[in-house]
Ligand binder design. Structure first.
Ligand code: ADP
Ligand code: MG
Ligand code: MG
Length: 895
C-alpha cells in the first residue's frame, strides 16, 4: 500500500457529510458503520469519524507504521467535528473532548477498551469547568480520563488508581463517590498523575494530539494482543480483517441528575418478548454500567421491581424519545437491536447499535413476531433462525417436582439448566471438559480471557454483574445456561470454595444451575423435557411449507418413534433391527439361532424370535400408520450377540442340549479379525436365509395386523444392508418377495411394500446403475460410507482425527458433517447412476449426517428425497431443509 494514491483512510459521520453506511462494516467495523447509518437516518449521534480497518491492515503490513496521508485526513475530520460542535480540540477556553473506540467487523471482546473524555489536560479541565458551570463534573471527568487512559493505553494497574480514591474517601470519612467535591476530585487527579509518572517514568501526556495518537495506536495494538488472538481463533475470524477506530465527540451522562447512560435491547434477548429491555444509570458515564459499582435501574415501568425506579418514571420525555428511536431502528434494520445511549441534560444521544445477541428461544420468537408484524417476510424469518440452536430449546429443564437443596440465587442471565462439577478457573474448565467431564464455571465475574473456559463449561455462575455483564452477554451468545450476579454466594479462589449461608461447596463437587430462574442448587437435580412454544410450531409450519426434502427419523423403539412424530417426523428412515435382538428376553433365542449346527436348529430358534419381532413392528407401525417405515434387516456380525462369560455359555449350551465346550469353540470360530469388513449385512442373509425370512415374515404380518386395526396401512420399506453387488440384492430381495407372497396368501390380504438397499460401500455407489435394476430405493448409510470411502474406522478415529482437525487436514469431523469432496462425490455418482436406470428411484440418507445442517444442504443440492435423523434432530432437520431450499447453504452460523 503506498501513500501516493489518494486512499481514503478516514470516514466522517454526523459532522458535515455522513461518509459511511451500514453496509460498509468490512471497512468501518460494525460500530463505525452503524454510527454512520444512524446519523444518516437522522438519529441523534454525536459527530465523529472512523479510521478504517485498512489502516490497521496497512499498519501491520508496514512494520507498525501508519500510511502517509492518514495524519492529514484525521486532522481534517476532527476539524469537521469542531465545526459541527462549536468546540475546539485542545482549546483551554472551549475544549472539544472525544472518545476513542475500537470496532472490528464483528463485535470482538479482547479489543482495547474505550477511552472517554480524551482532550482533557490541566488547562482544558478549567475550560470544561467554566463552560459547564460545574467544576466537580469537570474534575471528575478528568480523573476518569486519566484512569481509563492510564489503564488502557499506558497499562497502569487499576488498583493503584482505586487506592488513591480510597485514600481521599478515607480521609473524608465518606464511602460514596457522590460525596466527593470538586476539590476532592482535584486531589484525586494529582494523585493519579503521580501514579502514572511513577509507573511509566513520564508525566501524563498533556498534549491532546499526543493523547489521541497514543489511544489510536493502542486500539491497533490491541488487535494483536493475546485475548484478541484467542477470540479470533475460537471464532474463525481472520487476522487480516483488522479493526477500525472511532473517534467521537463526547456527550456527558455525568453532568447531573438530568443526565444518564444506558444500554438496552429493543426486545427481550432472553425470551424475545416485544418490550424494550435494558438498564440505565442516572448521572453516570458508560463505564459505570459495565463496572457494576452502582445498580442500574430498569427502563420501563412494567419491568421495574419493587424499590426500583424506571426511566419511564424519572425521565418520561427521554423515555418517550427512546421508544421512538427504538421504532425507527427496528423498522430500519428489521431486526432486534442492542443499543447504547447517553442522556445529556435530557437530550438523548445514540452511541451504538447492532443486531442484538439473543438466546435460541428469543431468536425464534423475534423472527416469528417480526414476520407477523410485517417487518420481514416469512422466508426471512425461516432464514434467520440457526437450526443448530434449536437444540437448546429441545433441551431439558429442571424437574419442578424434584427434591433440591438451594444454595442461592442470582439473575436468570441465560436460560437452560446445567449440572456439573464446580471449577473456579477457565483453564480448569477447559482441562476437565477435555476429559469429558461436565463442569460449571464459577467466577466472581468473567472477562474476555475466560471465553474458552466458558465455551467448555456446561454452565456459568457469577457472583457479580448484571444482565448485561460480560458473563451474561457471552453465555447467551453461546447458548450456555448462566446465572449471573448471585451476590448471596461467596467465591473464594484461594480455598476453592463456593459458599452461602453456612453451606460450602468445594471445587469438584456438583452443583446445578437454572439459567431460566437464576437458582443455584447443591448436587444434581433431575431434569425434564422442554415445552415448545407456539412460535416454535409456527416457524416449523413455515419451514414445512418451504422445504422440499422430507424429514424422517431413525428409530427402533416406540418411545423414539413417538417423540419423533411429535417433532414432525414424516416416517422412519432407519429402523435397526439388531437393537431388537439384544433384549434380555430374546437374547437366548438369538444365541440358540447362532449356535445351531444346521438350518433346522436355526429355524427352531428363529421360531421363538418371530412373535417378538412381530410385536416390535406392530408397535412401530401403529405410531407410523400411513407413513413409510424403512426397516433394515440384520446388519452386524453374529459374534456381537454371542455369550461371553462361562455362565452365559453354559446357559445356551443347556438350552439347546449341547456341550459347553463345543459352545466355547463355536464362539471362538465366529470371531473375526476385522468384523467391520467381515461376515455381516447381506452376507449374513445369504449364508443364513432363515434370518431374513423370519424378519420379512414378522414385518408383513405386523403390517397386515396394523392395517386391519387402524385402517391405515403402514408402508414397509425393507432395506438390505451392505450390498456391494447387484447379485447380492437380487438374492436377498427374492427371499423377501417370496415371504411377502406367502404371508399375503396365508392372510388373504396385501400391503404395499418396497425393497431397497443401503449405499454404504464404494462398490455399491460405483455400480448403482446396476443395483438400481433390483432396488426400489437407495438409502445412503453415510456413517459406513464415510468409513469405507476414507478407509478409516470411526471407532479408532479418536486417536488421530483431532490432530487432523487441528492441522487443518480436515476442516470438520467427517462423521459429523458430510465430506463433500470425497464421500459427497461418491453419493453424487450413486444418485446419477441410480436415476439413470430408474428415474423415480427413491433416495434418502440415514447416517448421522441427516441431522447436520451443512450435510442437509448437500442432500438438497444432489436432489435426495428425504433425510433421516435421530428424533431430537427432527426439528433441526426440518428448519435446515427449509433453509437449504432457500439456498442458505447450511453454513454453520453458531460462531
Ligand atoms: P464497547 O465496545 O466495549 O461497548 P464502546 O466504544 O461502545 O465500547 O464504549 C463503551 C461506552 O462508552 C458506551 O456505551 C458509552 O456509554 C461510552 N461512550 C463511548 N463514546 C462516547 C461518547 N462519545 N460520549 C459519551 N459516552 C461515550
Ligand atoms: Mg459499546
Ligand atoms: Mg452400515
Amino acid at each position: 500500500m503506498d501513500g501516493t494514491t489518494a486512499t481514503k483512510w478516514v470516514y466522517s459521520f454526523g459532522a458535515g457529510a455522513n461518509e459511511g453506511r451500514a453496509g460498509m462494516r468490512n471497512l468501518l467495523g460494525g460500530k463505525g458503520a452503524n454510527l454512520a447509518e444512524m446519523a444518516s437516518i437522522g438519529l441523534p449521534v454525536p459527530p465523529g469519524f472512523t479510521i478504517t480497518t485498512e489502516v490497521c491492515t496497512a499498519f501491520y503490513a508496514n512494520d507498525r507504521k501508519y500510511p502517509s496521508g492518514l495524519e492529514k485526513q484525521v486532522k481534517d475530520a476532527l476539524a469537521a467535528v469542531e465545526q459541527t460542535t462549536g468546540f475546539r480540540f485542545g482549546d483551554p477556553a472551549n475544549p472539544l473532548l472525544v472518545s476513542v473506540r475500537s470496532g472490528a467487523r464483528v463485535s470482538m471482546p479482547g479489543m482495547m477498551d474505550t477511552v472517554l473524555n480524551l482532550g482533557l489536560n490541566d488547562a482544558t479541565v478549567d475550560g470544561l469547568a467554566r463552560k459547564s458551570g460545574d467544576a466537580r463534573f469537570a474534575w471528575d471527568s478528568y480523573r476518569r480520563f486519566i484512569q481509563m487512559f492510564g489503564g488502557v493505553v499506558l497499562d497502569v494497574d487499576h488498583h493503584r488508581f482505586e487506592e488513591i480514591i480510597d485514600e481521599v474517601k478515607h480521609e473524608k470519612l465518606v464511602t460514596e463517590d457522590t460525596a466527593l467535591t470538586a476539590e476532592d476530585w482535584q486531589r484525586v487527579v494529582s494523585g493519579y498523575k503521580k501514579v502514572v509518572e511513577d509507573a511509566t517514568g513520564k508525566p501524563f501526556p498533556q498534549d491532546p494530539w499526543d493523547q489521541l495518537w497514543a489511544a489510536v495506536g493502542a486500539v491497533f495494538g490491541s488487535w494483536m494482543n493475546q485475548r484478541a488472538i484467542t477470540y479470533r481463533r475460537l471464532h474463525d475470524i481472520p487476522a487480516d480483517w483488522g479493526t477500525a477506530v472511532n473517534v467521537q465527540a463526547m456527550v456527558f451522562g455525568n453532568m447531573g441528575e438530568d443526565c444518564a447512560t444506558g444500554v438496552c435491547f429493543t426486545r427481550d434477548p432472553s425470551t424475545g418478548t416485544n418490550l424494550l429491555y435494558g438498564e440505565f444509570l442516572v448521572n453516570a458515564q458508560g463505564e459505570d454500567v459495565v463496572a457494576g459499582i452502582r445498580t442500574p435501574q430498569p427502563l420501563s415501568k412494567a419491568s421495574a421491581k419493587p424499590g426500583e425506579v424506571s426511566m419511564e418514571e424519572v425521565m418520561p420525555e427521554v423515555y418517550a424519545e427512546l421508544m421512538r428511536v427504538r421504532g425507527v431502528l427496528e423498522t430500519h434494520y428489521r431486526d432486534m437491536q442492542d443499543i447504547e445511549f447517553t442522556v445529556q441534560q435530557r437530550r438523548l444521544y445514540m452511541l451504538q447499535t447492532r443486531n442484538g445477541k439473543r438466546t435460541a428461544a428469543a431468536s425464534l420468537c423475534i423472527a416469528v413476531d417480526m414476520a407477523n408484524e410485517g417487518l420481514i417476510e416469512r422466508e426471512e424469518a425461516v432464514r434467520r433462525v440457526n437450526p443448530a440452536s434449536l437444540d437448546q430449546l429441545l433441551h431439558p429443564t429442571l424437574d419442578p417436582s424434584a427434591k433440591r437443596t438451594p444454595l442461592g440465587k442470582g439473575l436468570p442471565a441465560s436460560p437452560g439448566a446445567a449440572c456439573g462439577a464446580v471449577v473456579f478457573s477457565a483453564e480448569e474448565a477447559e482441562a476437565r471438559a477435555q476429559k469429558g467431564e461436565s463442569v460449571i464455571l464459577v467466577r466472581i465475574e468473567t472477562s474476555p480471557e475466560d471465553i474458552a473456559g466458558m465455551h467448555a463449561a456446561k454452565g456459568i455462575l457469577t457472583t457479580r454483574g448484571g444482565m448485561t455483564s460480560h458473563a451474561a452477554v457471552v453465555a447467551r451468545g453461546m447458548g450456555r445456561p448462566c446465572v449471573a450476579g448471585a451476590g448471596g454466594l461467596a467465591v473464594d479462589y484461594t480455598s476453592q470454595t463456593l459458599s452461602a449461608g453456612g453451606q460450602v461447596v468445594r471445587g469438584g463437587e456438583t452443583i446445578t444451575i437454572d439459567g431460566a430462574t437464576g437458582e443455584v442448587f447443591v448436587g444434581s437435580v433431575p431434569m425434564i423435557e422442554p415445552q415448545l412454544s407456539d412460535e416454535f410450531a409456527t416457524l416449523m409450519g413455515w419451514a414445512d411449507e418451504i422445504r422440499t426434502l422430507k424429514v424422517r427419523t431413525n428409530a427402533e423403539t416406540p418411545l423414539d418413534a413417538d417423540t419423533a412424530r411429535k417433532f414432525g417426523a414424516e416416517g422412519i428412515g432407519l429402523c435397526r433391527t439388531e437393537h431388537m435382538f439384544f433384549d434380555a428376553e430374546r437374547i437366548l433365542a438369538v444365541r440358540e439361532m447362532i449356535m445351531a449346527d444346521d438350518a433346522e436348529g436355526r429355524r427352531r430358534a428363529i421360531g421363538k424370535l418371530l412373535p417378538h419381532q412381530r410385536k416390535d413392528f406392530v408397535e412401530l407401525f401403529r405410531i407410523m400408520a400411513g407413513l413409510p417405515v424403512t426397516i433394515r434387516l440384520l446388519d452386524p456380525p453374529l459374534h456381537e450377540f454371542l455369550p461371553h462369560s462361562e455362565e452365559e455359555i453354559a446357559e445356551v449350551a443347556a438350552s439347546i442340549g449341547a456341550e459347553a465346550e463345543a459352545m466355547a469353540r463355536r464362539v471362538a470360530d465366529l470371531s473375526e479379525a476385522n468384523p467391520m469388513l467381515g461376515h455381516r449385512g447381506c452376507r449374513l442373509g445369504i449364508s443364513y436365509p432363515e434370518i431374513y425370512e423370519m424378519q420379512a415374515r414378522a414385518i408383513f404380518e405386523a403390517a397386515l395386523e396394523v392395517a386391519k386395526e387402524t385402517g391405515k396401512a403402514p408402508i414397509p420399506e425393507i432395506m438390505i444392508p451392505l450390498v456391494g453387488m447387484k447379485k447380492e440384492l437380487e438374492i436377498t430381495r427374492a427371499q423377501v418377495d417370496r415371504m411377502a407372497e406367502a404371508v399375503f396368501a396365508e392372510k388373504g390380504a396385501k400391503v404395499e411394500y418396497s425393497v431397497g438397499t443401503m449405499i454404504e460401500l464404494p462398490r455399491a455407489a460405483l455400480t448403482a446403475d446396476r443395483i438400481a435394476d433390483v432396488a426400489d430405493f437407495f438409502s445412503f448409510g453415510t456413517n459406513d460410507l464415510t468409513q469405507t470411502v476414507f478407509g478409516l474406522s470411526r471407532d479408532d478415529a479418536g486417536k488421530f482425527l483431532p490432530a487432523y482437525l487441528e492441522q487443518g487436514i480436515l476442516a470438520k469431523d467427517p462423521f459429523v458433517s458430510l465430506d463433500r469432496e470425497g464421500v459427497g462425490a461418491m453419493v453424487k455418482i450413486a444418485v446419477e447412476k441410480g436415476r439413470a436406470t430408474k428415474p423415480d428411484i427413491k433416495l434418502g440418507i440415514c447416517g448421522e449426517h441427516g441431522g447436520d445442517p451443512a450435510s442437509i444442504a448437500f442432500c438438497q443440492e444432489v436432489g435426495l428425497d428425504y433425510v433421516s435423523c435421530s428424533p431430537y434432530r427432527v426439528p433441526v432437520a426440518r428448519l435446515a431443509a427449509a433453509q437449504a431450499a432457500l439456498g442458505v447453504g447450511g453454513v454453520d452460523r453458531t460462531a
